[in-house]
Write a protein that binds this ligand. Structure first.
Ligand code: NAP
Length: 246
């Protein structure tokens, strides 16, 4: 048995972040459940963790806002006494073709999906470097690897997140702090159930495994990356996409 890890998962009230929070708690971590506005859903996550014998606490805060992002990380450190694991998962979409894209569609997606990760990582990294152990996992997307029509903002943010991952991985590696990204394909969450049915069907038809992935299938890879079992993996981008973007 090792020490109990303290983890912060951004955007953990729903979808992939929720599954990651539950999975890390199952491995014994004390988990900070961050959310932006859906307090009831976030509370349901901490309750579910506690009911299954784990430990969790709520961390409200909009990660795209510098003050709130830094306060969220500070709260996790305050409650947990340290921070070992940061999962930058909070993300939004504002899909539209480039010629129709409003400045606000661009800014909102870049601010949450990329700036949010920058702000949280910067706030979390110092303590990890000092304690000579840390794990950061960024939830990117295959859209950041191969692009997607209608997602110029989202793809740019996710490609940026991959570059960010590799640079910070280089900065932190010698202190035993690993920084990795996962690139999910089509996963069953509020983001994808909101897609037009035709677009969904067309995408599923292109997936070699012929189905969408589950949030739990993403959480399983994240749980591995933040564990001691992944001690020699840093700067990696692991696709979780049923073969979609190979
Ligand atoms: P989701 O079901 O829509 O959940 C999004 C989560 O992010 C919610 O918990 C939401 O909190 C939170 N959030 C949004 N903006 C935030 C902000 N500014 N500050 C803090 N929290 C914020 O999304 P999902 O499908 O699970 O996606 C999670 C991540 O996986 C995203 O980064 C997404 O880009 C990535 N991803 C998803 C897919 C997919 O197919 N679903 C594929 C590839 C990558 P509230 O509940 O308070 O709104």
């Amino acid at each position: 048995m090792g020490v109990r890890r303290v983890a912060l998962v951004t955007g953990a009230s729903r979808g992939i972040g929720r599954a990651i929070a539950l999975r890390l708690a199952q491995d014994g971590a004390l988990v900070g459940v961050n959310y932006r506005q859906n307090a009831a859903a976030a509370e349901a996550v901490t309750t579910a963790i506690e009911e299954s014998g784990g430990q969790a606490f709520l961390v409200p805060g909009d990660v795209s806002d510098a003050g709130q992002a830094r306060a969220a990380v500070a709260k996790a450190i305050e409650v947990g006494g340290r921070l070992d694991v940061l999962v930058n998962n909070a993300g939004i979409i504002r899909d539209t073709l480039l010629l129709r894209m409003a400045d606000d569609d661009w800014d909102a997606v870049l601010n949450t999906n990329l700036r949010g990760a920058y702000l949280c990582t910067q706030a979390a990294l110092r303590g990890m470097l000092r304690q000579r152990w840390g794990r950061i996992v960024n939830i990117a997307s295959i859209a950041g690897l191969v692009g997607n029509a209608g997602q110029a903002n989202y793809s740019a943010a996710k490609a940026g997140l991959i570059g960010f991952t590799k640079s910070v991985a280089r900065e932190a590696a010698s202190r035993n702090v690993t920084v990795n990204a996962v690139a999910p394909g089509l996963i069953e969450t509020d983001i994808t159930t909101g897609m037009p049915p035709k677009a969904r069907e067309a995408m599923i038809a292109q997936i070699p495994m012929q189905r969408m992935g589950t949030p739990e299938e993403v959480a399983e890879v994240v749980a591995f990356l933040v564990s001691d079992r992944a001690s020699y993996i840093t700067g990696a981008v692991i696709q979780i996409d049923g073969g979609l973007a190979m």
